[in-house]
Design a protein around this ligand. Structure first.
Ligand SMILES: C[S@@+](CC[C@H](N)C(=O)[O-])C[C@H]1O[C@@H](n2cnc3c(N)ncnc32)[C@H](O)[C@@H]1O
Length: 304
């Protein structure tokens, strides 16, 4: 099992589960944000901006806020980083156990007793039994997994540890976040080239829908889009969303500048041009959720 930062729940992990059939151990991946001085601020901005514009922390048909018979007992937050989603959800759902997983440790020092954090790399297989979680949440991993990793390992592991009848929810955005604005389109096109050059999936929304729909263990696949307005004309959250994007692009400014054919010190001017553009045009940041339910055993048997 990975390194547990806070374990206060009863949970058994089988190290001999099918996870062990996955590829040889990989080094902990370096997220583009790993070396960014702003990682905590970026994660905070992701969390508050997404929660505000979506009006909620998840959209799957599971009820976490009140006690009921069908309430999820075990929830996994994959790639939880600083654990903001994990801790907030655990606070409003004290009778559910939450597990946050990240390949490097940047977990909060204190957390509610129904939260555990583990340092694990999904590319080496998650160290959890098959069918462990009622609900699996993951978000913003556009820069983390290649097409091959999504196809060969990431979705396989997510589906494996999801209980039959459990829900999977992925919140993502594409490299091009908006088809308006000259500067914003230029940044988007450059991000797209950069991600393609690394084997990542710049049009993740389309890709994930197809991937989930073609998985025989999944059903009820839905795609829900949300164009989040950008800029101070849209109030505090429009402004925070702009800051979030600027810090995120800044974290990859060296390879982005190369692709744009400019010196990294001139990247600041691109960001300034973006601010000017966002102050006069209606621009948005498209995010989307792809959700799916893992078939129950009866549903699986019907197929045979
Ligand atoms: C942009 S962050 C999203 C953070 C968080 N889910 C949120 O929305 O606030 C993507 C996260 O995925 C994690 N990640 C990247 N590669 C991973 C891997 N191989 N296994 C598990 N998590 C991974 C990164 O460490 C990073 O914390």
């Amino acid at each position: 099992m990975g390194h547990a930062i806070s374990t206060c729940m009863e949970f058994t992990f089988d190290h001999s589960s099918s996870a062990s059939t996955l590829p040889d151990q990989e080094e902990p991946p370096k997220s583009v944000f790993t070396n960014s001085d702003s990682i905590e601020e970026i994660m905070y901005l992701h969390h508050v901006v997404l929660k505000h514009y979506w009006g909620q922390n998840y959209v799957s048909p599971v009820v976490l806020s009140s006690d009921n018979e069908t309430k999820p007992k075990q929830v996994l937050d994959l790639g939880c980083v600083t654990g903001l989603w994990t801790v907030e959800m655990a606070s409003i759902s004290p009778t559910t156990n939450f597990v946050g997983v990240n390949p490097f440790s940047i977990f909060p020092k204190s957390a509610p007793s129904n939260v555990s954090f583990y340092q694990q790399n999904i590319l080496n297989g998650l160290q959890f039994d098959d069918n462990s979680f009622d609900f699996i949440h993951e978000r913003l991993s556009l820069s983390d997994f290649t097409k091959k990793q999504w196809e060969d390992t990431v979705l396989h592991e997510i589906v494996r540890v999801c209980k039959p009848g459990g829900w999977i929810e992925l919140l993502e955005s594409d490299a091009c976040i908006c088809d308006k604005g000259k500067v914003l389109r230029r940044i988007g096109r450059s991000c797209k080239k950069l991600f393609l050059s690394k084997g990542l999936v710049p049009n993740l929304g389309q890709f994930l829908q197809t991937l989930l729909r073609s998985n025989p263990q999944l059903t009820d696949v839905h795609y829900i889009e949300n164009d989040m307005p950008l800029g101070k004309r849209h109030g505090k959250f429009g402004e925070l969303a702009v800051r979030d994007l600027m810090l995120s692009w800044n974290a990859i400014k060296i390879p982005l500048s190369q692709i744009m054919g400019i010196a990294p010190e001139h990247f600041e001017a691109i960001l300034e041009a973006f601010i000017n553009e966002v102050n006069v045009q209606d621009l948005y940041w498209r995010t989307y959720r792809v959700i799916a339910r893992k078939k129950t055993l009866d549903e699986m048997n019907e197929r045979l």
